[in-house]
Design a protein around this ligand. Sequence first.
Ligand code: ADP
Ligand code: MG
Length: 671
Amino acid sequence: MELSELAGIGKTRLKSLEEAGILSCRNLIEHTPRKYYNFSQPDEFVSNGSYKLIRARVIGDARTARIRKNFMMTTVKLEDSFGNVFTGLWYNQPYVKNTLKFDEEYFVYGKDDKKRKNTLVVSYYKGANKADGIAFFPVYKSVDGMGSEAFRHAIDDALLKEEINSVISPELENEFAIMNLSEAYKKIHRPESLSDINVAQNRIALESIIPIAYASEEQIKIGRAARMNSYSHLKILFDEYKSLLPFTLTQSQEDAIFEIIKDLESNLSMNRLLEGDVGSGKTAVAMFCLFAAAKCGFQAVIMAPTEILARQHYELINKLFGCDPEIKTVYLSSSMTAAEERRVMGYLKYGMANIVVGSHSVFSKNVEYNNLALVVIDEQHKFGVRARAALQEKGKNVDTLTMSATPIPRSLALALGGSLDISVLAARPHAQKVKTNIVSHAKTNDMWNYLNTKIENGSKVFVVCPKIDDTEDDGILDSSSAVSVHEYLKNKLNTEVVLVHGKMKREDAEKKISDFKSGKSRCLVSTTIVEVGVDAKDADIMVIENASNFGLASLHQLRGRVGRDGRQAECYCVVQNDISPCALERLKFFKNNTDGFKIAEYDLESRGAGNVDGTQQHGFDLSDITLFSIAQFELAKKIVKKVKQRGESLNISDETYQKIVSKIASSVAMN
Ligand code: ADP
Ligand code: MG
């Protein structure tokens, strides 16, 4: 079934869908709702800037006014079931005037107008009696150029017409008493109960886990590659390294380095994952690896997920090793001029530089290394697995250290058939004290008044927003976007408020960050770009807008950005007034727990359960390996066993299968 065969999909909409990456009916169906509104629990009309679904009675006559060419407004007086009277406003939908009936009840969905008081800009409405039988109202990530109603219709039509096949047979679905996949998609798009959503989410997640379980079973356990690059005098180098550091290593940092030394002295190449909570000091361990490789005559790379973080590493390396004549460090970035890039690449090819720092560009096709022997990958979960594999192919049997703040359960790593060693940093150099608060959106004004006095007394505030400037269904700028929040705070706070996000030029972003670090600005508004980097030691307040939109692991990372110098710090999770009980429960767990590993465990266990805000996408991506629960992986393995016993195979193309195999091979058994 082609997308163009769906009702209402003409050339223009087809193009919009294509641009959003939706190329087939299956893609469309896989575009699951971002969140749901509950028809049986309509909201009250309050002017708080957030989206709401209200049950309201028409108590006046609808009017349409033509403001200017191609701009019309239809308004009507409405009263919600709590007795609040407000105006419903429709832009450019003059026909609404004739459909609204006096004294009838409607569900209206939208958010209040910024300029007009007591007014709800309606992006969706439905007669209350017509809504019978629909318990939840799904909200999708918007597709540019396609209205939300049209999108919902297209989904309905696709659910009706497209055949959705699972990777396993319907018989097996039956045998294991798991929901039929096409049923799961119907339920996730048009749920009738909360449990529908949970069960469907789990089923859809399972669909992507089965091929992983299958491929990992197929993998022959290849032994670790033999050591090619031999190291000597590592203990002496370690002593020298310690003398360069401005602090004393913690016991667990020392232990991790000893494990690495053993790896480098053994006759097999290293494949080690360094896990440690945010702020546990992973960088200092990584720096030793780079130092050792360079001093033993090899080239080493450290790859970070963002330019900002890479830049920070570069500066640190220069600080630590800048005086050592044997070490020459270069920085490689996609935003360099062609001439600069040529120069740096020449250094690498002819071995004139031995440490290189960068983001993705360090493994790009045209970069050649003279004798790359060691690779450090920071925040490994941020990288696609292919990126890692590509980097390793740049040398011969390279030693690899990957670092992550997200614990990969050991059993899961082993289940995936890899030969991966793990070091864990336990103790933190500074005990971090961060008091966490949950604040509802309606109370943010009070919060900012309070934070303003804190800023006047020397506090430094990070504000993190879930998106840059995305618009919701109806093209209205979301109030929790970085751009909106920056606008709001600019006039509110007694400090320069800087804005940093991924769509900015690197130089601009760096300038803003350095203003924040130096204290010229005491408030930095950004997207999660700061999650994996910006080390402003004296920042003591973290505000997270629309916190339920983030996974707990991300929230924990963000919280770890403040209080790094051991001072009492605070974290504020701002939530929508209508936050679901399940989402609130997750946040409360986060508020009451500071141990990152505990938080990750809770996240693993509760995932899929009651995630009504629907923020996670269960697409297949092995870098999200930590996202599925062990129970689900075990189930997937059982199913796979049955498939094989029967001499059947999975219903996937060879190409997809090969992709999965190579992902697994490079992600875990990095040989
Ligand atoms: P992460 O594990 O999150 O990458 P970092 O390596 O960035 O953490 O370290 C967090 C902070 O702690 C940095 O500012 C670093 O300089 C500091 N730090 C690291 N190790 C020590 C130590 N042994 N003693 C004191 N401070 C340390
Ligand atoms: Mg780090």
